[in-house]
Each structure stands twice: as C-alpha cells, then as structure tokens.
Design a protein around this ligand. Structure first.
Ligand code: DGT
Ligand code: CA
Ligand code: CA
Ligand code: ZN
Length: 576
C-alpha cells in the first residue's frame, strides 16, 4: 500500500465524516494526517514493517491514526471507512468531487433536496432549485453544471501517476509467485496516457490457474468480475478495473502489441498486414497461403512482430495513429527524450511563498537528483493567498540567491519569479524589477473565466514583454478537476515563436500542461519546451519524470526541450 493510497483513505474518511456533520476537529485530524502522509518522503509500509520504529514518532500522527495506518498496511482495508461507506450512498462521494462543492454542500443538497446522484444534481440545477438553498446562488448553480461533466469523467478515469504506483504494487505482488515468467502492463498505461480507464496485464506463467489465484489475492480487490481459463477481471475498492490475461510464450509479444493499442494504431496495422498478405492478431503475425491456411511468422516478442510487419518497434507513447506510420516510412521516427536528458528545473517555489523548503534545501535536492541548474520562481504579490513577493521582498530574495550561488561553484541558481499576468492584462511587477532577474515566468492564475479573446490577449501581452521568458502551465487545466481556460493556443504558439520565447510543460501529474498535442504543435513551430516541476517542496522535484513521459507522447526529442542543454548552452539561448 502506497502513502498515496493511505492518504486517500483518510481523505475519504474525512469527507464522509464531514458529510455526516461530525466534529470539525475530528475531520481536520484526518485531513492533516492525509497531507502529512502523502508529503512524507518515506513509505508508511516500511515504518510499519520495522519493529524498531513507531508511527507516532511522525508529527501529526497520533495513536488513533497510527492504528489505522497499521490496519491499512497489513490488511489493505480500513474498517472505519467501510462502516462509513455503508452509511452514506456511494454516489454522494462523486457529488463532493464536483468543483465548487464539498462534503458540507453535498450534505445540504442531500438533506434539503434529496440529491444523491450526479444526475439528480443536474436536474436540480437545471430546475433552478439549487440556487434557493442557503449558501448557494445562481452563480454556484452555473459552476456546478460546468463541473458536472468533469466530475463524471474523474469517476471513471485515473491519473497516470496514480495508476503507476498501483501498477508497481501489482507487479511486486505478482513477482512473489514462482512460475511467473513474464509480466507486463499494457493498454493506455503503457502508452503513458494522461488518464487510465482500466489496467491491462499480460503474463506468461507456468500455471495459468495459479497466476489468476494469486492475482485475485492482491490486497485492494473488492470483487472478481469475471474469470475464465486464461482471463480474469477484477474491480478494486477504488472502483478501478484490472484485467489479467495469461498468454503462451509464442504469443507474448503479439499480445503485448495488441493490448497496448491504441485501437486506432492496431486498426492501421491490420490494414497494412492485409496489403502484405499477412494477418495480425493477439496471437501472432501469420502469412495467409493461397489455400487459406496460415503460417505463424512472429509473436514471441513485440520487436519480432513489428519486424515481420516491416515496421520499427514504435515507442508505446507514439502508438496513437497520429504521425508514427508516416515517420516510420520516411525513416524519421524521433528518438524520444528521456528523463536523464533533463539537466535543469526552471519552476520551483520556496517557503518565501507557498513552498515548504528553503532555497538551499531546494538546491541540495536538485543537485542530489543530478541536475546542474535550478530556477527559484516564487509567486508574485497578486497571489496573496500564497504570500506572493512584492518588488522589495523579491529583490531581497535575489540578493540572497547571489550569496548562496557563491557557495555552489558547480551549480547554477537562477534568480527567477513566477509573475502573475494581471486580470486586466500586464505583469504584476514593474519592468525595471523584472529586468534584474535571470528567468521570468508569466502565469495566469486569476480571471480564468474570462472569454477566449481576453485571456489570449493577456498571454500575448506577456509574450511581448521583453523580460518574460516563458509562459507556465499555459492552459491552466487540472486533470479531472478543472478544464483548461479558454485560450487560443495556436496564437500563443505563433507569438512564442515570433518572440523567441519558451513554453512550459508543467510536469506536475495533476497538470501535465501542455497537452501532448500542443507539445507537438510547439515543436512544429520551433518553440522550445521547458519541462519543469513547479515543485513546492524538495519531494516535488520527483515529478520531472511525468513531464518527460508527456513530452514523449508529444513526439519531443531532447533537442526540442531546452532544459536538456548544459547551463552554458542554455545561457546562450537566453541571450536571444
Ligand atoms: P483505457 O483503458 O480506456 O484507458 O484505454 P486502453 O487503450 O487501455 O483500452 P482497453 O483497456 O479497452 O484495451 C486495451 C487495448 O486492447 C487497446 O488499446 C487496444 C486493444 N483493443 C481493445 N479492443 C480492441 C478492438 O476492438 N480492436 C482492436 N484492434 N484493438 C482493441
Ligand atoms: Ca486499459
Ligand atoms: Ca481493458
Ligand atoms: Zn508555480
């Protein structure tokens, strides 16, 4: 069980307690605990397993939480959560997740209007019954309607990073069984899609029944949906589905290819097979003889399958039937960027604003990750909630950076700022201040509901400012939580190209902003991408890898990403 899963169980407890109107202090204890646990650098499961240690050593974890963590880690379940879930209709949880709502508002909707499901909520909104409730209004009703679609989607699709920690646990669990010869996750997970519908595993096993028995013992399984001779489907307590298929060795590569997809990529592949007098399916590649019989050509490995099709073994990230077949024909399949190509991180926060660590701590952590440069980019004053920096505090921070820099001869610290683009347009800090920094990020945080012309105009204005280097999280979306704001990305990309500016690919797994298609568009226009973490703590630097995967889906090579350059070369680029 990962820390993330434990934290999510406590968050659910807090939500359900709050929905029931429990004592606010009790609710807060669970919420704080959840945050502590997800921020902790160490795995709870390891601490539980270590008899010389006690969970209550951790600040914010009392005896009660410690017992519950132990129960979660050792049994995979939490009896308190199960009791609460039995008391509250499951569909109510989805209502709490609608942007603008929470447990308290969901409780009011339930009590006053009997709203239990998303559909009932939609009806209540369209019939304008919601605005009449205390604490709601016409505006809330509108926000709810907008958020309903996205909440529905979050109900069925899981963010890649969350799926990833689950996959690692499933793999570790399956490897406990002798007789597992190969196991690979396939599907959208392997293609590194932003969100995952269900997980698809393929195994080659000595004994299919034993493999499925063992799969069925994975701790967080709520029910077995179906089981046959070689295929099994289960549902986890989170609601996610996992499929396991046991395949013979001569078909393992063919099955891996087939179940990795995408469907569109496979359809194209089947058409190409036909043209060559071949047949391809999850069992292998076959030559079809004049008498209709089929000779097995390949299937043991994926590389063998693609070779039989006279194609390169496409990186899974590219298998969307976008450009990959054309690239292959022209011998132009890009050599995709890898995590290790990245040399610097250019968007990070410190405790001067809403970050948790000091400049030195962030620098040390970045060095430990093997990076060569780091930009400190705290928020500007408009972001009052985060205690954003005014000119005076910013200049003081930059002086502090100069002093720290002298202690790090082999590492470059950039004096930066994440400067807000104001609602009315223009930057939050004066030009003569921005002129003194090394790296100026411009961000839209406020006025996200403005019409497309206005937001686009604000961003174009920032790109025209000679001091601005880059636009951070260019569309503002939060996966499963908030749609991108209305912005004409085509114009933004053209303007970035014209003014020789950068666009950020924010690596935070909840953002992954730019979208992969926008990455590809930026590349076509010659706009360099910078992959940054937007870290608010030293642990936050770890998310760089999600950014690298998203860039791969966009078809980016190391040459398309500016922070793969050494500091010397990057500096030259900045002098544009
Ligand atoms: P997901 O689970 O919605 O995130 O997306 P996928 O891509 O993992 O889709 P899934 O789980 O339905 O199926 C896994 C792969 O199996 C899919 O990417 C391609 C292959 N596949 C499934 N159904 C079909 C089909 O009807 N035709 C073909 N050619 N391939 C299919
Ligand atoms: Ca899938
Ligand atoms: Ca599936
Ligand atoms: Zn930021």
């Amino acid at each position: 069980m990962t820390n993330q899963e434990i934290a999510s169980a406590f968050d659910q407890v807090a939500d359900l307690l709050e929905f029931q109107g429990a004592n606010p202090f009790r609710v807060r204890a669970y919420r704080n605990g959840a945050r502590k646990i997800s921020d902790l650098g160490e795995r709870m499961a390891d601490i539980v397993a270590d008899s010389s240690r006690d969970l209550t050593e951790i600040e914010g974890i009392g005896k009660d939480l410690a017992e519950k963590i132990t129960q979660l880690v050792t049994t995979g379940r939490l009896s308190q959560l199960e009791e609460l879930q039995a008391q509250v209709p499951a569909s109510v949880l989805a209502i709490m997740r609608v942007p603008g709502l929470g447990p308290k508002k969901a409780a009011a909707l339930f009590k006053e209007l009997g709203v239990e499901t998303l559909d009932q909520l939609r009806t209540a909104c369209t019939e304008q019954k919601v605005r009449a409730l205390k604490g709601f209004g016409a505006k809330t009703e509108e926000t709810i309607l907008k958020g309903l679609d996205i909440a529905k989607q979050g109900d069925v699709r899981t963010k890649w990073a969350e799926a990833d920690s689950l996959v690692l646990e499933v793999l570790a669990h399956m490897h406990l069984l002798d007789g597992i010869r190969q196991i690979e996750p396939a599907g959208s997970y392997r293609r590194r899609c932003e969100t995952i519908g269900d997980l698809d595993f393929l195994v080659e096993a000595h004994d299919a029944a034993k493999a499925m028995d063992h799969f069925g013992c994975f701790p967080v399984i709520a029910e077995v949906i179906a089981r046959g001779e070689t295929k099994m489907s289960v549902r986890l307590s989170s609601g996610m589905q996992m499929d396991l298929r046991v395949v013979p060795p001569q078909s393992f590569g063919a099955a891996l290819q087939y179940f990795t997809g995408s469907k569109a990529h496979n359809v194209e592949l089947r058409g190409r097979a036909k043209q060559r007098g071949l047949k391809i399916n999850e069992w292998g590649v076959y030559r079809v003889q004049p008498d209709g019989s089929e000779d097995y050509l390949a299937g043991r490995t994926e590389a063998e399958v693609y070779t039989a099709m006279e194609l390169p073994c496409f990186p899974p990230e590219l298998r969307e039937d976008r450009e990959e077949f054309r690239w292959a024909e022209q011998g132009q399949l890009p050599k995709l960027i890898e995590l290790n190509d990245i040399r610097g991180d250019l968007h990070t926060h410190t405790h001067a604003t809403d970050g948790k660590n000091s400049i030195v701590e962030m620098v040390e952590a970045a060095k430990a990750q093997g990076l060569d440069y780091l930009a400190i980019t705290d928020h500007s004053k408009r972001v009052t909630m985060a205690n954003g920096l005014d000119a005076k505090r910013l200049l003081a921070q930059w002086a502090q950076i100069d002093a720290i820099q002298s202690e790090y001869p082999d590492f470059r610290i950039l004096k930066g700022i994440e400067c807000d683009i104001l609602e009315k347009g223009g930057m939050d800090l004066p030009d003569d201040v921005l002129a003194q920094g090394d790296w100026i990020i411009a961000s839209v945080h406020y006025g996200q509901n403005q019409p497309i012309e206005q937001i686009t105009e604000r961003i174009l204005g920032a790109l025209e400012n000679p001091h601005v280097d880059i636009i951070a999280h260019p569309t503002g979306r939060l996966i499963n939580r908030r749609e991108p704001y209305a912005v004409d990305m085509e114009q933004v990309i053209r303007s970035a190209a014209k003014h020789k500016k950068f666009l950020e690919l924010n690596a935070n797994p909840a953002r992954l902003d730019l979208h992969d298609l926008h990455c590809a568009a930026a590349k076509r226009h010659g706009v360099p991408i910078v992959i940054s973490t937007d870290a608010h703590s030293t642990e936050g630097l770890d998310v760089l890898r999600y950014g690298a995967l998203q860039a791969r889906r966009g078809g980016l090579t190391a040459a398309d990403v500016a922070n793969t350059l050494s500091w010397e070369k990057f500096e030259k680029l900045l002098e544009r």
